[in-house]
Ligand binder design. Structure first.
Ligand SMILES: [Zn+2]
Length: 275
């Protein structure tokens, strides 16, 4: 287990480019927001790729898809400002319909070759317990794209269009059942919470869903009628950061499965063991 306290990317001596790949606009902020804030503060360039607009994230029967796209887009851009993300790319694939297939791998490969990231953050590719099909599709497909985007005969049309093959150094998977890297987010938790507050519609929906599901299940959850989504999210995220922090002997943390590629992985892991 490695705890990143003084620097999130300790072996990196110059500003890096980091690509964050989400299924829905609030995924990265929820699972990795504190780490991303720290990476931006350390001078790295953050580019966020949203695969969908998350436009089905509403319980309101009078809401339209177009209106939800506008809401999600503007909330996402406001949150990106708080975190320190410099560019947000929306792929615009319909929410709930991501497929872990060749077409998505091609789209992800094209973005990687355009952005040329040193590091990629997304869902851990090994998350069999996350039932959301979009999360499954994103994690598996972006990992596959990272693995092979340096090979010129993989989607060669992209090279004919002027893009270059590219090596991704390392993949950081959030929501992992097997984390090997913990990032101390005690100092960045407050900024993470402020970023999450920008996803107003989604935070309200998470609170409403929790209330509805628990009352239908007959479970008495300690959320009063007066509890606002802001208070609810603050409590939920802080408790989760404390829970992860206990594994890493710090107050608040986020956890990742950090995966290197091929022989480089073996060399770096050997160096880390020798330190
Ligand atoms: Zn999601």
């Amino acid at each position: 287990m490695i705890l990143m306290t003084s620097q999130v990317l300790p072996h990196v001596k110059k500003p890096a480019t980091i690509l964050i790949v989400e299924a829905h606009p609030d995924d990265a902020a929820i699972f990795a927001g504190g780490t991303l804030v720290r990476l931006a503060e350390e001078g790295h360039t953050l580019v966020n790729l949203c695969s969908t607009y998350g436009e089905k994230g509403t319980l309101d029967r009078s809401m339209t898809r177009e209106k939800m796209i506008d809401i999600q887009k503007s909330e996402s851009l406001r949150a990106a400002d708080v975190i320190g993300i410099s560019e947000v790319i929306f792929l615009g694939i319909p929410d709930g319909e991501l497929q872990p297939e060749l077409e998505l791998r091609q789209q992800y490969t094209e973005i990687i070759r355009r952005v040329q990231p040193d590091f990629v953050f997304s869902f851990d590719p090994h998350i069999p317990y996350d039932p959301h099909p979009d999360h499954q599709a994103t994690s598996r497909t972006i990992y596959e794209a990272c693995l092979n985007c340096h090979l010129p005969l993989v989607f060669p049309d992209q090279l004919a269009d002027g893009l270059k093959p590219h090596y991704v150094n390392r993949f950081f998977g959030w929501e992992s059942s097997n984390p090997n890297t913990y990032v101390d987010i005690t100092a960045s938790l407050e900024t993470k919470l402020r970023a999450l507050e920008k996803y107003e519609s989604q935070m309200q929906m998470i609170l409403d869903e929790t209330r509805n599901r628990s009352s239908r299940a007959g479970i008495d959850v300690p959320i009063s009628r007066e509890t606002t989504s802001k208070e609810f999210i603050r409590e939920w995220i802080t408790t989760e950061a404390q829970r992860i922090g206990k594994h890493a002997n710090c107050q608040h943390a986020e956890a990742f499965n950090s995966i290197g590629f091929s022989a480089v992985r073996i060399i770096v892991e050997q160096l880390e063991t020798e330190e």
